[in-house]
Design a protein around this ligand. Structure first.
Ligand SMILES: [Zn+2]
Length: 146
């Protein structure tokens, strides 16, 4: 592998570690979505059956696919706030994973391009990799309650 490729690979490696560190500091993740819903009740003379209807709510509702089945759950205001945060974390985690995959693909292409049988002896020693950077602790603000 020539010097340009080695430098490129090192920068991919740095970028990859940065993304992995961001991924490691993410809070809880949740699937699905949260929406506000309005309902009708069972009382025939209630305003929710009038014309035009004055529906009950809004209620917060979480919807997700669990094991192939759609699950709905009524949420309190507090639960809805938490779910919205966890769902946003989930989206961020998937975005970071996608970026990691893209950087990895670039690095892998470089590695494979330099990987002819004659150059195997020059492959980098995996044990020489210092591994994850030391600053993996979550930012302080993230562990404080809102
Ligand atoms: Zn009603």
């Amino acid at each position: 592998m020539d010097k340009t490729a080695t430098a490129k690979l090192a920068s991919y490696e740095r970028r990859y570690r940065q993304l992995a560190a961001q991924l490691a500091s993410i809070g809880y993740i949740a699937a699905g979505s949260v929406a506000q819903r309005h309902n009708r009740c069972g009382k025939a003379y209630c305003g929710c059956h009038a014309e035009p209807p004055r529906l009950h709510g809004p209620y917060w509702q979480w919807t997700a696919k669990v094991g192939g089945k759609t699950v709905n759950k009524r949420l309190t205001e507090r639960e809805a706030r938490l779910y919205l945060e966890w769902i946003a974390n989930d989206r961020k985690a998937r975005s970071l994973l996608g970026q990691m995959r893209a950087v990895a693909a670039e690095a892998m292409a470089l590695i494979l391009a330099g990987d002819d049988p004659g150059s195997l002896a020059q492959s980098p020693d995996p044990s020489a990799n210092p591994g994850a950077p030391p600053h993996l602790k979550a930012p302080r603000a993230a562990s404080q309650p809102p």
